[in-house]
Design a protein around this ligand. Structure first.
Ligand code: ADP
Length: 444
């Protein structure tokens, strides 16, 4: 038997998890393997039920095992063993929530809630357990974007039971308060009330809780980030608002609180006129690329101006559910796959931060536990410094020109900062570089 088990494991060990950089056998994903009488069965246990490569794993595994000449049949069960909640225990209602994802914008009206709701339903379509918390106390929009049949609020063991629509749990100030008391509340009070509603709702077991942030980067947002251990954030903007200052302010807020921004969504970015297939970008584009380079945000997405999205705001049915085969649902499937993937990857990295050292002749060597180390040429990283002396914070334009950096420059001192970044001082005397691991991993 052992010999058959080993043959199956050997066949499966060529399947690499693209995010974790190791094969699925070494990662311990194969469980309950049985090979009796040539009838092979096993389960592949993933880290998230929303794993974007779930189907690919299943079909490749089936093909590889079927190719063994003694195998008569193969039965594969796909399961997920979500890791323990990421320290969300401080708030009672979040104890069994694994990942909390912030969706934020610098200004109102850019489509933040539209993105939050469609992102949540898109993740839920992959089989994960999802909730949405609308933290926008001044302008809650969740009640008009989704239409739960039962809007009565129930209390259970002193906890509020979230509402539910199409399998997604929902909570918003708009559900508990129909008056305009929020309008007269001030900052600290607002923060307290947001914390109470978020942590006082019994979310039960969730894989992902999407939090629709109030727009802006003020005290309310900061307090929320301090109260809840967010796993990742998605920043929504429109091209008119992609004035660097605003977006960068948002990115810096998340960076300061060590919450990785996994995607920037440029909403209402273009339109198609109906006369040709071309995408018209009335406000130009290219800023997203600079954000990727400077902040290491791997994913940026453009969403078009479409009537379906504006109309869905009032119908109570999110577009990804109303038109599940449409272009918008496809776009959100891409966004949600990237967000889930990057969130899981970073969770892994955060638990085991990489070590970074300079080795003469090799460069800056980054070793992520369990992965092949990779190196970055020192001059390349020095040129990519994003401190205020090297980059104009207002425009994002480079102050430091590439030719000003000597090809032989190298780090003299590298020190970890929290569990998210390293600080570096250089042989050219420059000492204000800070590189989040997220930025370093971009060079992998
Ligand atoms: P925010 O949460 O940033 O205030 P909303 O999600 O409430 O923004 O969106 C503001 C308005 O813009 C809503 O009426 C919404 O339906 C509409 N909208 C959002 N995204 C799009 C889009 N891509 N195309 C057309 N209308 C959109």
């Amino acid at each position: 038997m052992q010999e058959y088990d080993n043959a199956v494991l050997k066949a499966l060990s060529v399947i690499q998890d693209p995010d974790l950089g190791k094969d699925i056998v070494s990662l311990g994903f194969i469980k309950e393997l049985k090979t009796a009488g040539g009838e092979v069965s096993f389960s592949i246990e993933l880290t998230t039920p929303a794993c974007p490569v779930k189907e690919e794993f299943r079909s490749t595994a089936e093909r590889l095992v079927k190719a063994l000449d003694w195998v008569k049949s193969v039965k594969i069960t796909m399961t997920a063993r979500p890791q323990a909640p990421g320290g969300n225990a401080k708030m009672k209602g979040l104890q069994r929530v694994r990942n909390v994802i912030a969706v934020s914008s610098c200004k109102g009206g850019v489509g933040k809630s539209t993105v939050a709701v469609n992102l949540a339903y898109s993740i839920a379509r992959t089989g994960a357990k999802v909730g949405i918390f609308d933290a926008d106390i001044y302008g809650p929009s969740l009640p008009s974007m989704v239409s739960p049949a039962d809007r009565d609020i129930y209390q259970n063991n002193q906890m509020i039971a979230p509402l539910e629509y199409e399998g997604v749990k929902l909570m918003s100030f708009g559900f508990v308060n129909s008056g305009d008391e929020a309008a007269i509340m001030r900052g600290p009070m607002v923060s307290q009330v947001i914390g109470q509603l978020l942590g006082g709702s019994d979310w039960e077991e969730l894989d992902y809780l999407v939090v629709d942030f109030p727009p802006g980067t003020g005290d309310i947002q900061l307090t929320l980030l301090q109260q809840v251990p967010f796993s990742s954030a998605v920043v929504v903007t429109t091209p008119q608002n992609l004035s660097f200052v605003d977006v960068v302010k948002g990115l810096q807020m998340f960076e300061k609180l060590e919450v990785p921004v996994v995607a920037v969504v440029e909403n209402m970015s273009y339109f198609t006129c109906g006369k040709c297939d071309e995408k018209h970008h009335p406000f130009g584009h290219g800023a997203a690329r600079r954000l990727r380079e400077l902040y290491g945000i791997r994913h940026s997405f453009e969403l078009p101006i479409v009537q379906a999205l504006s109309a869905a705001g009032d119908t109570g049915i999110p577009t990804v559910l109303a038109e599940p085969a449409g272009a918008i649902a496809k776009a959100f499937a891409d966004i949600s796959a990237s967000v889930v993937r990057e969130t899981e990857r970073l969770r892994h990295t955060k638990q085991r931060p990489p070590s970074v050292q300079y080795i003469a002749g090799e460069g800056i060597v980054v070793s992520v536990p369990g992965e092949e180390p990779f190196s970055i040429a020192p001059a390349t990283l020095r040129r990519a410094c994003r401190c205020a002396r090297c980059i104009d914070e207002r425009t994002g334009e480079k102050i430091l020109q590439d030719h000003e950096v000597d090809a032989g420059v190298h780090p003299e001192h590298i020190a970890p900062m929290g569990n998210y970044a390293v600080a570096m001082s250089w042989s050219d005397g420059h000492s204000s570089s800070i590189f989040p691991y997220q930025v370093l991993l971009k060079y992998q």
